[in-house]
Design a binder for this molecule. Structure first.
Ligand SMILES: C[S@@+](CC[C@H](N)C(=O)[O-])C[C@H]1O[C@@H](n2cnc3c(N)ncnc32)[C@H](O)[C@@H]1O
Length: 188
């Protein structure tokens, strides 16, 4: 399993926010690339996914490389988050798989409570023009609506974008992506 860094991790690094200290949480780690990059740089990572195949794969790699990763086989919405624990929370292309917008917003609120002071939260959501739009098990949200919601939370905007382009899925297929990306920093 390779540990190439995703766009959001590279952005954190470029902006001097990837400090590799303390606890990190990744929700919906999939093939584990971001979890590996976080652990290899020095974070103690809690990694959550609800698919057994990804759990087994990540456990075997972190075991071989003796990385500090706790792997949790659990729905992310049920994962218990200790208040103020995490210096970094990461959820790339995973929150949209919650059942609806309310479930996503509730989990984001819970994640923000789990951040330490100056902790960073990085996540993506899918917009309504995404190629998967209409799928019953995925939620799509307008960019403006997410932005209005995020303004109500005790976090400071560091970076946000909404982009549309063709690109690869985790399985390697090509699809049209409409992705909103966010990096916020905990204020209080
Ligand atoms: C599109 S993949 C993204 C994987 C990885 N974060 C990436 O960007 O390559 C979505 C991941 O979220 C996981 N997932 C979806 N719903 C979940 C849930 N309710 N709880 C935990 N994991 C979930 C899937 O098993 C999958 O690994």
């Amino acid at each position: 399993m390779k540990s190439s860094k995703s766009f959001l991790l590279r952005k954190l690094e470029q902006d001097g926010l990837f400090d590799c200290k303390g606890y990190a949480l990744e929700l919906g780690f999939g093939n584990g690339e971001d979890t590996m990059a976080l652990a290899q740089c020095g974070y103690q990572v809690d990694a959550v996914d609800n698919r057994q195949e990804f759990i087994e794969k990540l456990k075997s790699v972190v075991g071989e490389q003796k990385l500090s990763v706790n792997v949790f086989f659990q729905p992310m919405e049920e994962f218990k988050i200790e208040e103020g624990k995490y210096n970094l929370i990461f959820a790339r292309n995973s929150l949209p798989f919650l059942k609806n917008k309310e479930a996503i917003f509730n989990l984001i609120k819970k994640l923000v409570r789990g951040l330490s002071l100056n902790g960073k939260i990085c996540f993506t959501l899918f917009g309504p023009k995404d190629g998967w739009a209409g799928a019953s098990n995925i939620s799509f949200i307008e960019y403006d609506e997410v932005n209005r919601f995020l303004e109500t939370l005790p976090i400071k905007l560091h970076y946000r974008s909404s982009e549309e382009s063709y690109g690869k899925t985790m399985k390697g297929d090509t699809k049209f992506w409409h992705i909103h990306s966010f990096i916020y920093i905990k204020k209080t």
